[in-house]
Ligand binder design. Structure first.
Ligand SMILES: NC(=O)c1ccc[n+]([C@@H]2O[C@H](COP(=O)([O-])OP(=O)(O)OC[C@H]3O[C@@H](n4cnc5c(N)ncnc54)[C@H](O)[C@@H]3O)[C@@H](O)[C@H]2O)c1
Length: 449
């Protein structure tokens, strides 16, 4: 559904009027296109004190932007704050960013590199945790469509682990992601038999998923269709799954992408068997996107509305994940991406069932169980969309819809492609250090902030 307010503030009279009234000023976000795959300008690399991780400059040189140490108009700024280990050291963060923050180009990116707070050094832990509050606050004040994130590199690790994450965050693909903390791990792999896909250099950066089969549930429309499209763009053979009642839309989406349509209700008892049969060479990427809402306050909610939401959004995800892993249907170095929601973080009036199911997804992703069970470099992550413009949110009453759109740092709703780009980043072979993460794609929504 078109965002008329965003259109209005893009006109001179509309901007004049809304500014006078003190209303939000959303800036149209620049998203990835084949013609404009990179941000428009240089990447400024700064360090607060001394860096604690080797290799940052080499990794940043591969981010697709000219790397500079001084410029008047950076498109992106990366501040290496990995060496900040005391409260006084936080002064170096201020000293580095204060003089340049105003010069960041509209739609720019700031990424702060940190390390995990140490369990043994409370000064380091305090200083590194302080970066989280800093980043979340800067994300709220920076404006003009710019975003701010914190990427934590594991203690003793190198910046190499952050390669795919920095390429994503420093590109138009992450337009609707802000105020996020991404905690990298040492790459997931079975040391006895290292994951060849994760360690092999990506030969074609335009098709990082070439040779992999990706299955997307709920792919007939909305976010799922966008995920299928972006994974196909990245070279995957896509299997698009949706309920048999959505067959027409499903086949249209699949035809457009050269994908295979799999009409199947994900709650069917034989769903995992049928998915495995549809991908005889195994799945490199499994995206649990299908989801439903059946909103009512708890006092008015019959058991069937509760059960159907938990079954589609959570139980079927747990069941099919377990069964596919057990059957060895997820290939070595595979990627599992589930779909949570900011409602699962903040809670929502009338959505006890939905929020419970989406919080359950966060529990699944954070639990070491499925990751340990995989033991073959399989990663398990989740996206948590905020307000995304789809049929699901078009059905929300007008005032609540407007509030949902504006109550975030970017003052607008996201698009299905924003979630899809995040899924594609999780799915990359080069993202093996990204595991157990929940990435909010919500423009830094105030809900659950
Ligand atoms: N749109 C948002 O703002 C938003 C916000 C947070 C989370 N999400 C989540 O993102 C995902 C996609 O949302 P959307 O807005 O694109 O929704 P949508 O309703 O437009 O699409 C969901 C798709 O899932 C399919 N589906 C439902 N039950 C299924 C089943 N049992 N088996 C197979 N397929 C099934 C539907 O047929 C539909 O095609 C959902 O998990 C949703 O909860 C959406």
């Amino acid at each position: 559904m078109a965002d008329r307010y965003l259109h209005l503030t893009g006109t001179a009279p509309g901007r004049f009027l809304t500014r006078r009234l003190g209303l939000p000023q959303p800036v149209p976000l620049r998203r990835w296109t084949l013609e404009t795959p990179h941000l428009d300008g240089p990447l400024l690399h700064l360090t607060a004190g001394a860096s604690a991780v080797p290799g940052a400059a080499e990794v940043l040189a591969g981010a697709g932007l000219p790397l500079v140490e001084r410029t008047d108009r950076p498109a992106a700024i990366v501040l290496d704050a990995t060496g900040v280990a005391t409260a006084a050291g936080l002064g170096d963060v201020h000293a580095a960013l204060h003089p340049v923050v105003r010069s960041l180009a509209p739609g720019g990116r700031i990424v702060v590199l940190g390390t995990a707070p140490s369990p043994d050094d409370h000064h380091q832990a305090a200083a590194q945790q302080a970066l989280e509050g800093f980043v979340r606050s800067l994300g709220k004040e920076i404006g003009r469509g710019s975003t701010v994130q914190l990427v934590r590199i594991p203690v003793g690790g190198t910046a190499q682990a952050a390669g795919s994450t920095l390429r994503f965050l420093l590109s138009p693909r992450s337009a609707y992601v802000s105020g996020q903390v991404i905690e990298l791990t040492t790459a997931a792999s079975d040391p006895a038999t290292p994951d060849p896909a994760a360690s092999a250099p990506v030969t074609d950066p335009a098709a990082p998923l070439a040779g992999r089969t990706a299955l997307v549930t709920g792919a007939a429309r909305g976010i799922g269709a966008a995920v299928a499209s972006v994974l196909a763009r990245d070279g995957a053979r896509v299997i698009a799954l949706d309920v048999p009642q959505a067959r027409e839309d499903l086949e249209r989406t699949a035809d457009r992408l050269g994908a295979t349509a799999l009409p199947l209700d994900i709650t069917a008892p034989d769903a995992a068997d049928r998915i495995a049969a549809a991908a005889p060479d195994g799945l490199g990427v499994l995206v649990h996107n299908a989801g439903i809402t059946r909103d009512r306050r708890l006092a008015n909610m019959p058991a069937d509305r509760w059960a159907s939401v938990v079954d589609v959004n959570l139980d079927s995800v747990l069941r099919t994940t377990d069964e596919l892993l057990k059957a060895g249907a997820i290939t070595r170095g595979g990627r599992i991406v589930a779909t949570a929601s900011i409602a699962g973080i903040a809670g929502n009036n009338g959505q006890t069932n939905y929020a419970a199911s989406k919080a359950g997804i966060i529990g699944l992703v954070r639990s070491p169980g499925p990751r340990a069970a995989a033991e073959h470099g399989v990663t398990v992550n989740a996206v948590a969309p905020g307000f995304i413009e789809t049929k699901m949110t078009a059905a929300v009453p007008f005032l609540i819809r407007e509030a949902g759109r504006r109550m975030n740092s970017l003052s607008q709703g996201g698009l299905p492609v924003d979630v899809a780009e995040a899924v594609a980043w999780f799915a990359q072979p080069a993202s093996s250090a990204v595991n157990g993460q929940v990435l909010r794609v919500c423009g830094q929504s105030l809900l659950g902030a």
